[in-house]
Ligand binder design. Structure first.
Ligand SMILES: *[C@@H]1O[C@H](CO)[C@@H](O)[C@H](O)[C@H]1NC(C)=O
Ligand SMILES: *[C@@H]1O[C@H](CO)[C@@H](O)[C@H](O)[C@H]1NC(C)=O
Ligand SMILES: *[C@@H]1O[C@H](CO)[C@@H](O)[C@H](O)[C@H]1NC(C)=O
Ligand SMILES: *[C@@H]1O[C@H](CO)[C@@H](O)[C@H](O)[C@H]1NC(C)=O
Ligand SMILES: *[C@@H]1O[C@H](CO)[C@@H](O)[C@H](O)[C@H]1NC(C)=O
Ligand SMILES: *[C@@H]1O[C@H](CO)[C@@H](O)[C@H](O)[C@H]1NC(C)=O
Ligand SMILES: *[C@@H]1O[C@H](CO)[C@@H](O)[C@H](O)[C@H]1NC(C)=O
Ligand SMILES: *[C@@H]1O[C@H](CO)[C@@H](O)[C@H](O)[C@H]1NC(C)=O
Ligand SMILES: *[C@@H]1O[C@H](CO)[C@@H](O)[C@H](O)[C@H]1NC(C)=O
Length: 492
C-alpha cells in the first residue's frame, strides 16, 4: 500500500541523511554558509509538508506518547474507499484495518478518512491503530440491519439489553485490543439512528440495537477531537476496558425520541478519564455501569477510578451524569467535577434496585451547575428493571460515601431527591457549599428517605431533617433524630 507522502517516518529519515553528509562539507566557511541555507530551506520544506491537513497529529503529538506517532499513514481511498455517501465502504475499512494489523510490531498505522460521506456497515478496529477523521469527514452507519452482524450478549448482562439472546454489534467495534486512537479535526461518526429508533418504537426489531462505538476487553484507548451523532443505541460504550481517555468529543442525538442514545457508558471499566466534552442526547449523557443483576454479580467486574470533568451536558429524558442502573459489579472512586447541566430533566442520578447487589461507594461531585433542570440530584433505589425473573430479591446494593461540594444553579424545581429504603439506605452522604435557585417556593423540595449523612455550613434550599448539621468549622451543630423520615413527593 502507498505510504502517504508526508508521514512522520519519512521526514525523520531525511533528517538523518542531512546529519550524515553535513560534516564532509564543513571544510570552508563558504560551503558552511551554503549548507546552512540548504538545511534551513529543508527544515521549512519538511515543516510545510508536515502541516498537510489530517497529518496534524504528527506535528502536535507530544514526543512522550510515541504510540500516536504512527510510522505509517494510509487514506481510506487507497483501499478503494469512495466517499460519495452511496458506495458501501465496509470492505475498504476492513482492508485498511488488516493492513494496519500487519504493522503492529512496528508501531501500527493511521487510517485517514478524508472529507466526504463514507457509508459503511460495522467493522472492527485493530491494535496500534489511529482512526483519524479529517474535517468534514463523515462515517455513515448503514441503516439496514441486515448488514449488522449479531454478537453474543455481554456476559455481565446475560441478555441483549432489550431482547433476550444475541444483540447487534456496534458500527465501530473492537475486542482484546491495545493502543487504539480515534481522533481527528472534528470529523463525524454518524449512526443514522433515525431508522433504528423508528423500528424500535414500532417493535419491528428482534434484537437489541447496536452501539455506535464499542470497545471491549481492551486497554489504552484514546478518543478525542471528533463528533459522534445519532447512534442507534448507546453512543460510546467501553466495556471491561482499562485506561480509557475521552477528550474534547461532541456527542449529539435528538433530546427527544431518540431512545437509549446515552452519550458515554463506561461499563466495568478501570481508569477512565472523560473531559472537555459536549453531550446532548436522548438518554443519559454519561452512565457509569457494571452489569445487570445476577449476571453482573457473577461477572463481578467493577467500574472504578473514573474521572469526569469539564462537561456541558443536556438530557431531556434522563440525566446529565448517572451511575447505574446496572451496577451489579460495583462502582467506586468516581469524581465528577466542573459539570454544567442545562435544560434537562435531571442533572445527577444514581439509580439501582433490589436484585442488583454490588455497591456504589466513594463518589465525589464537585462544582456542578444546574441550569433549568427539573430535579438536580437524584438517588433512586427502586429502579425495578430486571433481565428476567431469576434475580435475587435479597441482593441489596450498598450505597455509601457520596459527597456533593459546590452545587450551584438556577431554575431547579426539586434540588435533591434521595430516596433510600429500609433495605437500601443511603449512607454517609455529605453536602457542602450548595446554593441552588429554585422555581417553586414549596417546602420539602430537598427530599430524603433513609439517608444518613451531614450538611456542612449553609446549604440552600433548607436540607431535609434526615441529615446532621455541621457548622463551617465542621463542628456538629445538630444531630438528626430521624434518618428514616420519608418525605418524597414525585408530584413535582
Ligand atoms: C468483530 O470481531 C468480533 C470478535 O472477534 C466478531 O464477533 C465480530 O463478528 C466482528 N465484527 C465484524 C463486523 O467483523
Ligand atoms: C477540540 O477539538 C477541536 C476540533 O474538533 C479543535 O479545534 C480544538 O482545538 C480542540 N480543543 C482542544 C483543547 O484540544
Ligand atoms: C464539531 O462539530 C460539531 C458538529 O458539527 C459542532 O457542533 C461542534 O461545535 C464542533 N466542535 C468544534 C470544536 O468546532
Ligand atoms: C423479526 O422476526 C420476525 C418473525 O420471525 C420476522 O418476520 C422479521 O423480519 C424480523 N425482523 C427483523 C428486523 O429481523
Ligand atoms: C485536539 O486537536 C487540537 C487542535 O488540533 C490539538 O492541539 C490537540 O492536541 C488534540 N488533542 C487530542 C487529545 O488529540
Ligand atoms: C481514584 O481515582 C483517581 C482518578 O480519578 C485516581 O487518580 C486515584 O488513584 C484513585 N484512587 C484509588 C484509591 O484508587
Ligand atoms: C466550575 O465549573 C465551571 C464549568 O462548569 C468552570 O467554568 C469553573 O471554572 C469551575 N470552577 C472552579 C473553581 O473550578
Ligand atoms: C464518608 O464519606 C467521605 C467522603 O465523602 C469519606 O471521606 C469518609 O471516609 C466516609 N466515612 C466513613 C465512615 O465511611
Ligand atoms: C432506620 O433504618 C435503618 C436501615 O434501614 C435501620 O437500621 C435503623 O434501625 C432505622 N432507624 C430507626 C430509628 O428506625
Amino acid at each position: 500500500m502507498v505510504e502517504t507522502s508526508a508521514s512522520g517516518g519519512r521526514s525523520h529519515y531525511q533528517r538523518l541523511d542531512l546529519k550524515r553528509w553535513i560534516p564532509a562539507f564543513l571544510s570552508s566557511h563558504k560551503t558552511l554558509f551554503s549548507v546552512l541555507w540548504i538545511v534551513g530551506f529543508a527544515t521549512v520544506f519538511i515543516w510545510q509538508r508536515n502541516i498537510v491537513p489530517g497529518l496534524l497529529v504528527f506535528r502536535t503529538a507530544p514526543a512522550s506518547s510515541s504510540s500516536e506517532l504512527r510510522p505509517v499513514a494510509f487514506n481510506l481511498k487507497d483501499f478503494g474507499g469512495v466517499g460519495d455517501g452511496v458506495t458501501v465502504n465496509t470492505k475498504a475499512f476492513e482492508r485498511a484495518v488488516s493492513a494496519i494489523a500487519k504493522l503492529g510490531k512496528r508501531g501500527g498505522g493511521q487510517l485517514n478518512v478524508q472529507s466526504g460521506f463514507w457509508l459503511t456497515g460495522p467493522f472492527n478496529l485493530t491494535s496500534h491503530m489511529t482512526l483519524f477523521l479529517e474535517e468534514d469527514a463523515v462515517i455513515l452507519g448503514i441503516e439496514d440491519e441486515k448488514f449488522w452482524p449479531l454478537m453474543p450478549p455481554l456476559p455481565s448482562y446475560g441478555y441483549g439489553r432489550e431482547h433476550p439472546g444475541p444483540r447487534y454489534g456496534s458500527l465501530i467495534h473492537g475486542q482484546y485490543l491495545k493502543d487504539v486512537v480515534i481522533t481527528g479535526d472534528n470529523g463525524t461518526i454518524n449512526g443514522q439512528g433515525q431508522a433504528w429508533w423508528k423500528k424500535y418504537r414500532q417493535k419491528l426489531l428482534n434484537h437489541t440495537r447496536g452501539p455506535l462505538v464499542q470497545i471491549m476487553w481492551s486497554s489504552n484507548i484514546r478518543i478525542s477531537n471528533i463528533t459522534l451523532r445519532d447512534s442507534p443505541f448507546w453512543t460510546l460504550h467501553p466495556f471491561a476496558c482499562k485506561d480509557v481517555t475521552i477528550t474534547n468529543v461532541t456527542i449529539l442525538a435528538p433530546v427527544l425520541e431518540a431512545p437509549n442514545t446515552d452519550g458515554i457508558d463506561p461499563d466495568s471499566c478501570e481508569n477512565v478519564v472523560i473531559e472537555d466534552c459536549y453531550i446532548s442526547v436522548g438518554d443519559d449523557g454519561i452512565a457509569i455501569k457494571s452489569g445487570w443483576d445476577q449476571y453482573g454479580i457473577a461477572y463481578g467486574r467493577p467500574s472504578t477510578n473514573i474521572l469526569i470533568r469539564n462537561l456541558v451536558v443536556r438530557s431531556m429524558v434522563s440525566a446529565g451524569v448517572s451511575i447505574g442502573s446496572e451496577m451489579s459489579g460495583g462502582v467506586s472512586n468516581v469524581t465528577v467535577e466542573n459539570v454544567h447541566v442545562w435544560e434537562s430533566r435531571r442533572a445527577i442520578r444514581i439509580k439501582t434496585s433490589p436484585g442488583r447487589g454490588g455497591y456504589v461507594r466513594n463518589v465525589n461531585y464537585r462544582n456542578l451547575t444546574f441550569d433549568n433542570v427539573r430535579v438536580g440530584i437524584v438517588i433512586k433505589t427502586d429502579y425495578n428493571e430486571h433481565p428476567d425473573d431469576g434475580y435475587d430479591r435479597k441482593a441489596f446494593p450498598i450505597l455509601e460515601g457520596i459527597s456533593f461540594t459546590g452545587i450551584h444553579g438556577q431554575g431547579v424545581r426539586v434540588p435533591v431527591r434521595i430516596h433510600g429504603s429500609e433495605d437500601i439506605p443511603v449512607m454517609n452522604v455529605t453536602f457542602r457549599d450548595m446554593l441552588v435557585g429554585i422555581t417553586y417556593k414549596k417546602k420539602h423540595i430537598f427530599q430524603c428517605a433513609f439517608v444518613q449523612g451531614r450538611v456542612i455550613g449553609t446549604v440552600f434550599p433548607v436540607p431535609c431533617e434526615n441529615l446532621d448539621q455541621y457548622d463551617e468549622q465542621e463542628r456538629l451543630a445538630k444531630r438528626s433524630t430521624s434518618q428514616n423520615i420519608t418525605e418524597i413527593d414525585y408530584d413535582f
